[in-house]
Design a protein around this ligand. Structure first.
Ligand code: HH2
Length: 290
C-alpha cells in the first residue's frame, strides 16, 4: 500500500486539508480514555456507551476532535497488549458516526483499524519510535499526526528526569522526529508537535517549556499542548502528592500556552476550555472559530 502511486493519488490523501486549516488555532481536542486506570478519568468511559456519550457531548461543547485512547500513559503505567487495546477501543470507534476523532496509540495495527473506521489523526506519544510500522500506516492513509516528546517511558519516566536545557533538547528532538516523519512519506503540513507535558519532566521542566513555547512554535508546525488536569497543576497549588490538577488550573495554563503560540489543546473539560480560549483569542485579535 505504500507505493508511490498510492501516496500521490489516493483520494483520501488529496481530500485532507492542511492541519492548520482543519484545526484552526485555538482548537480544542477532547480526551476520552477507554481505560480502567487513566490518571484523571479512570474507568469513567470504559463502557462503550459511556465513551460514546462523552465523545458526542464534547463535540456539542465545541471540540474539533475527540482523542480516543485505550492505553494509559500515566507515570508508572505498564502498557497493554494489542488485543486488549483493540478490545477496549473498537466497540467505541465502530459507533462514532458523526464524531470527528483521533486515536491515541503507538501501535500500527491499532492505528490502521482506527483509520479504517474514520480516525483523522494519529496521536503517538512515542513520536514514531514505538512501532516501526506506524509511520507507513499514517503515510498511506494520508492521516494527520501528532509527534510528542517523552524522556524515558511511562513506567519510569518520572523517576529522575534530567536535562541540560530542556527547551533546546525538546526542540531538537521534535525537529528530528519531524524530519523522520517527512522522510517516511508523511506530509509535513499534516503534522503537529507536542512538548509532552509531564512525560519525563519535573514541574520546573514543564513550566520552562510552556514559558518558552516560542522555541517550539519556531519549528514551523502547530504546537499541541496537553496539560489538562495533570499532576503538576495540583502540585503547583500546594499538594506535593497530587496526582491530578483542577479544571480551573488547566484552563489557566491553556490560556497562557495559547498566548505563547500553542494552537491545539488536548483537554478533559471541553466547554471550559472552549469558552476561555474563545475569549483569549478575541482579546488577541485572532479570528474566533468556536
Ligand atoms: N497526555 C496524555 C496522553 N496522551 N498525547 C499527547 N499528544 N499529549 C499529551 O500531553 C498526552 C497525550 C496523558 O493524559 P491522559 O490521556 O488524560 O491520561 P492517561 O495517559 O493516564 O490515559
Amino acid at each position: 500500500m505504500s507505493s508511490g502511486w498510492f501516496r500521490v493519488y489516493s483520494p483520501q490523501r488529496m481530500r485532507r486539508l492542511p492541519l492548520t486549516e482543519r484545526l484552526r488555532r485555538p482548537a480544542v481536542v477532547g480526551i476520552v480514555n477507554v481505560t480502567p486506570d487513566s490518571f484523571s478519568d479512570a474507568g469513567a468511559h470504559l463502557e462503550p456507551d459511556d465513551a460514546i456519550v462523552a465523545a458526542r457531548r464534547m463535540v456539542a461543547e465545541g471540540a474539533a476532535l475527540v482523542d480516543l485512547g485505550a492505553e494509559s500513559t500515566r507515570p508508572g503505567s505498564e502498557g497493554v497488549s494489542l488485543d486488549e487495546e483493540l478490545r477496549r477501543l473498537l466497540p467505541v470507534l465502530e459507533r462514532l458516526e458523526g464524531v470527528p476523532f483521533s486515536v491515541d496509540t503507538a501501535k500500527a495495527e491499532v492505528a490502521r483499524r482506527a483509520l479504517a473506521l474514520g480516525a483523522e489523526l494519529v496521536n503517538d506519544v512515542t513520536a514514531l519510535r514505538g512501532d516501526p510500522e506506524l509511520a507507513g500506516v499514517v503515510a498511506d492513509a494520508g492521516a494527520y499526526l501528532c509527534l510528542m516528546h517523552m524522556q524515558g517511558e511511562p513506567r519510569s519516566m518520572q523517576a529522575a528526569p534530567r536535562y541540560g536545557d530542556v527547551v533546546a533538547e525538546v526542540a531538537s528532538f521534535l525537529e528530528e522526529r519531524l524530519s523522520f516523519a517527512v522522510a517516511a512519506g508523511i506530509d509535513e503540513e499534516r503534522i503537529c508537535l507536542d512538548p509532552g507535558i509531564g512525560f519525563g519532566k519535573s514541574v520546573e521542566h514543564n513550566l520552562e517549556l510552556l514559558r518558552r513555547l516560542d522555541a517550539l512554535v519556531a519549528l514551523g508546525r502547530p504546537v499541541l499542548v496537553g496539560i489538562s488536569r495533570k499532576r503538576m497543576l495540583g502540585r503547583l497549588l500546594g499538594d506535593p502528592d497530587a496526582t491530578t490538577g483542577s479544571a480551573a488550573a488547566s484552563v489557566g495554563a491553556a490560556v497562557a500556552a495559547f498566548e505563547r503560540g500553542a494552537s491545539i489543546f488536548r483537554v478533559h473539560d471541553v466547554r471550559e476550555h472552549v469558552e476561555a480560549l474563545t475569549a483569549a483569542a478575541a482579546v488577541a485579535g485572532e479570528p474566533v472559530t468556536a
